[in-house]
Design a protein around this ligand. Structure first.
Ligand code: F6R
Length: 611
């Protein structure tokens, strides 16, 4: 995720800014840059790739000497991760530089307006519009220009701005993207998107809230609302160590990422749900409604967790959009002779966008004449670049090797895509679509509530941490959730676990059940609930220990199972998202209790770039 650092004081700004950027590296990024005010001019340095590339630029004689500046690590959302698209962005005449975290939803409209006014925009980013809007709005006060510009912006932002018109000043503002001020001791102040970037200099910070802004000089700072009124803020003393801050106070990235899911789900849906029209809008499909309607069949392709999301996609698209779907392991797809051709739509699903097998499958599908879409998290990744179009998850960097937040966003995205296809193909009515959209909107809050079960699930983990096998059962949309629950446990705790379609168990796996076998049964109130109750009875009759994931208010299973985990009521297609969250937590706690390296399990890589 992007990171912001700013400094105003009496020391050379560039080395301090670079040091701050390094502290934010753990968040993941694809380019970096800084702007420093030097003798009334703005000097900008930017580089694609690691911060080391930016440092190389600075070392080779390019270090701007000044004591006020802003810097940024970018994790691409709009536009490829190139040097040009790296922040800071400047206006036409180099008077304003801006760094920005978040997404400007109306950037397209703003860009058109600015171009009509004669501005030349040089990058593909949404952020650049802010620099030009400041140029338009400036009438003697940088603070007022920032206010005026932001009044026109829809979306989310944490921004920091410097200007040649008012050197030795940084103006910052926040809506939906974190920002804090670091209050220095001796005539210096900092701004950052994350305390990790400032704690080596000061432990005194002021967290801005949404709708607030601040003006920093070397002698002090002033906080105000975006409307203009003064706001008094508390100075907080930060006493975490750096490592804890980088993980947002969580002991592991995996837990941090599990807890980010309310936000990542919001990000996946932001600006895409059109409730009134019962429709979904994606900016980057590069396919017309007619082209989408003409698709005769869909092949969903992925590996591991992304393949599990694809399997849910198959159930969704066949059930709701009535279109034939195949789900393929990328590694298998390449080496057989799949029936994919010009009438086919291939959708490759990948968090990293770099998985070698998935990339090769994309190329194979393309060669066979299919149109290829990518559902990808990492912007500008190879899969994102090579696909004909696609949908970004906007989940931010996933650092824990076990995929968590990417999975729930992939499923939410597939639900949205299904709504689009169902509406275009006439298989989904306006009322049904509105119902799905309303349920999607509730999801982040429901996941938030589910995360409150963390302690209860920790206790459960204590009871089962020494088991050597686990079985996960689900039916319908929750069969893939059972596979995903089992995979999470396997990969981080090294306990053997199998996911099964619950009724299929009778054809073999039931032989494994005895009093030492914990069986996780996913049994929400959905179309197959009554069927799965019979499977619960079958397990119980053989002495298995049952952990059931049920919908709130389910009293029926209380006496039939050993433990209940309750999830909020939702529509059938969204149950796998809610069911997966407690299973992620269960795997996490068991792995921690077994002393495993949760974030970097043995033998696994985050991005599998070899066949
Ligand atoms: C499991 C996991 C892997 C990945 C798989 C595909 O937790 O992370 O199974 O899902 O390697 O990776 P992406 O989605 O990056 O293509």
């Amino acid at each position: 995720m992007c990171g912001i650092v700013g400094y105003v004081g009496h020391r050379p700004a560039a080395p301090l800014l670079v040091e701050g950027l390094h502290r934010l590296e753990y968040r993941g990024y694809d380019s970096a840059g800084l702007a420093v005010l030097v003798d009334g001019r703005l000097e900008t340095r930017k580089a694609a790739g690691k911060i080391a590339e930016l440092e190389k630029l600075l070392r080779n004689g390019g270090q701007p000497i000044g004591t006020c500046g802003i810097a940024h690590t970018r994790w691409a959302t709009h536009g490829a991760p190139t040097t040009q698209n790296a922040h800071p962005h400047v206006d036409c005449h180099g008077h304003f530089a801006v760094v920005h975290n978040g997404i400007i939803e109306n950037a397209g409209t703003l860009r058109q307006k600015l171009e009509a006014l004669g501005h030349t925009l040089r990058t593909e980013t949404d952020t650049e519009v802010i620099a030009h809007m400041l140029e338009e709005a400036y009438a003697g006060s940088l603070e007022e220009a920032v206010r005026a510009a932001l009044r026109q912006v829809q979306g989310t932002y944490g921004i920091a701005v410097v200007s040649t018109h008012e050197p030795d000043k940084i103006v910052v503002a926040r809506r939906g993207s974190p920002l804090l001020l670091g209050i220095g001791e001796n005539g210096e102040n900092f701004v950052a998107s994350d305390a990790a970037a400032v704690v080596q200099h000061t432990r005194r910070v002021v967290y801005l809230d949404d709708g607030e802004m601040a003006v920093l000089t070397r002698d002090g700072y002033r906080t105000a609302s975006l409307q203009g009124g003064a706001v008094t803020k508390e100075v907080i003393h930060v006493d975490w160590d750096l490592a804890a801050i980088e993980k947002g106070g969580h002991p592991h990235f995996m837990l941090k990422e599990i807890f980010e899911q309310p936000e990542t789900l919001r990000n996946a849906m932001r600006g895409r749900l059109l409730e009134e029209e019962g429709m979904v809008r994606f900016g980057g499909l590069n396919l017309t409604p007619d082209e989408l309607t003409a698709v005769k069949n869909i092949t969903l392709i992925g590996c591991g967790t992304s393949w599990h999301a694809g399997l849910i996609g198959e159930y969704l698209l066949e059930e709701i959009a009535r279109i034939p779907v195949e789900v393929e392991y990328a590694s298998e797809f390449r080496y057989r002779n799949p029936v994919v051709g010009p009438d086919s739509l291939a959708i490759v699903i990948s968090q990293s966008g770099e998985t070698a097998d998935t990339l090769a499958a994309l190329r194979e599908a393309r060669q066979r004449g299919a149109t290829v879409l990518g559902i990808v998290n990492v912007v500008g990744s190879t899969i994102a670049r090579e696909a004909d179009g696609g949908i970004y998850l906007h989940a931010g960097p996933e650092i824990g090797v076990a995929s968590t937040k990417a999975f729930t966003s992939q499923v939410a995205t597939l639900v949205m895509f299904t709504v689009l296809m169902g509406r275009l193909r006439g298989t989904l009515s306006l009322i049904q679509a509105r119902e799905i959209i309303a349920a999607l909107r509730k999801l982040p809050e429901q996941v938030e509530k589910l995360l409150g079960l963390n302690d209860q699930i920790g206790e459960l983990a204590r009871l089962y941490k020494d088991s050597t096998n686990f079985l996960y059962l689900g039916r319908g949309y929750n069969f893939p959730a059972a596979l995903e629950g089992a995979l999470k446990l396997k990969e981080i705790s090294y306990i053997h676990a199998e996911g099964y379609p619950a009724a299929e168990m009778k054809h073999g796996a039931i032989a494994l059940i005895d009093e030492n076998m914990p069986v996780v049964v996913i049994a929400p109130n959905d179309a197959v609930y009554s069927k799965i109750v019979s499977n619960v009875e079958e397990v119980k009759a053989r002495g298995g220990r049952i952990i059931a994931v049920v919908t709130e208010g389910n009293h029926e299973l209380k006496n039939k199972v050993d433990h209940l985990i309750t999830i909020p009521e939702t529509i059938d297609p969204l149950t796998p998202i809610l069911a997966t969250v407690p299973l992620q937590l269960l795997a996490y706690h068991i792995a921690v209790m077994r002393g495993c390296n949760v974030d970097q399990p043995r033998n696994l890589a985050k991005s599998v770039t070899v066949e």
